[in-house]
Design a protein around this ligand. Structure first.
Ligand SMILES: [Ca+2]
Ligand SMILES: [Ca+2]
Length: 260
C-alpha cells in the first residue's frame, strides 16, 4: 500500500498548523475508541442498516466481501477497516452488468467516532496494488519489514497471494507487544490489554483469529499518533492475573513475560 507521509488516509494532505492542532485534539478524543467499540459499532450499524451513516454502506454495496479486519494502518490510534472482495461466479458480469468477477480490496480510514461518518474510503489512487481487481478471499496482516506498521497479505482465486508492504512511513509512533504466558497458553491468547498514552485509551484482545480463513500475527500493534511515551500498559492474563507497566518507550517491540 502506498501512502505519502502525512497522508490522512482520505487522499488529502494535512493542513496548516492550526488545522493539525485541531487534528491532534480530535485524535485524543478519538483514542477513547477501542477495537471492541469499533467492532460493536460497525456490527450494530450493519445489522441495523446504518452502514450508510457509518460511511461503509454506499462504498461497499457493489462489492462481494470475504476477508475483513480492523487494523490501524496509519498508526494514528484509531482502528481502520480493510475488506477484500471478489465474486464467486466467473461470468457474473453477463448476468448482472453491475457486478464484476474481479473486484478491488477496499480500505476505510477511521475518521472520527463523532463525525457524521466514522469511516472514510481511502482514495484507491493512493493505495497502490491494494486497488488492483482480484478475486479476493482471505486477508491478514503482519509487520513483515519490522518498521512498526502493519503490512497486508491477500489471497485470491487462481492467482498468487499478494503481499503488500505499507510504504512509506506515516510518521506516527507505535508500540508492538509480544506476550509470553504461563503454562500451555504460552502465547497468552485471550489476554486483554489496555494502553494509556496521554488522553488516549486503547484496548486489545490477544488473538490470531480476525478474518475469513486466515490468522494474523501474534504481536499486538498499537498506533500512537504523536504520543512519545506510553503512560501505562495493563495486561490481564488469561488466568486473571494482572501486570502493569508504566512509562514505556515508543517505536519498539515490547516483550512481556508473565513469569517476570
Ligand atoms: Ca488509523
Ligand atoms: Ca511494516
Amino acid at each position: 500500500m502506498m501512502m505519502d507521509r502525512g497522508d490522512r488516509g482520505d487522499g488529502h494532505r494535512r493542513g496548516p498548523p492550526s488545522q493539525r492542532s485541531d487534528d491532534r485534539r480530535r485524535d485524543r478524543k478519538l483514542s477513547q475508541r477501542d477495537d471492541y467499540a469499533v467492532r460493536r459499532t460497525t456490527r450494530e450499524a450493519l445489522d441495523s442498516g446504518e452502514a450508510i451513516v457509518e460511511g461503509v454502506g454506499p462504498n461497499s454495496r457493489a462489492m462481494l466481501t470475504f476477508g475483513l479486519f480492523f487494523f490501524d494502518y496509519d498508526l494514528d490510534g484509531r482502528l481502520d477497516l480493510l475488506q477484500v472482495n471478489g465474486h464467486p461466479e466467473e461470468e457474473i458480469a453477463i448476468l448482472q452488468s453491475s457486478q464484476q468477477y474481479r473486484q478491488p480490496a477496499q480500505l476505510f480510514w477511521n475518521a472520527d467516532p463523532n463525525a457524521t461518518r466514522t469511516f472514510t474510503p481511502v482514495d484507491p489512487a493512493s493505495t497502490g496494488d491494494l486497488a488492483r481487481p482480484i478475486v479476493g478471499r482471505a486477508a491478514t496482516y503482519s509487520d513483515i519489514d519490522a518498521d512498526g506498521d502493519l503490512d497486508v497479505l491477500l489471497t485470491q482465486v487462481a492467482g498468487a497471494p499478494l503481499l503488500l508492504r505499507r510504504d512509506p512511513d506515516s510518521g506516527h509512533h507505535w508500540l508492538r507487544v509480544v506476550l509470553e504466558g504461563r503454562g500451555g497458553n504460552c502465547d497468552a491468547l485471550g489476554a486483554q490489554l489496555e494502553l494509556r498514552a496521554g488522553e488516549q485509551v486503547q484496548r486489545r484482545i490477544a488473538t490470531v483469529t480476525r478474518s475469513y480463513p486466515s490468522q494474523v500475527e501474534k504481536p499486538i500493534t498499537f498506533g500512537l499518533g504523536d504520543a512519545q511515551r506510553v503512560d501505562r500498559l495493563e495486561i490481564q492474563w488469561p488466568d486473571g492475573l494482572r501486570s502493569v507497566l508504566e512509562d514505556v518507550g515508543v517505536d519498539q517491540i515490547l516483550h512481556v513475560d508473565q513469569g517476570d
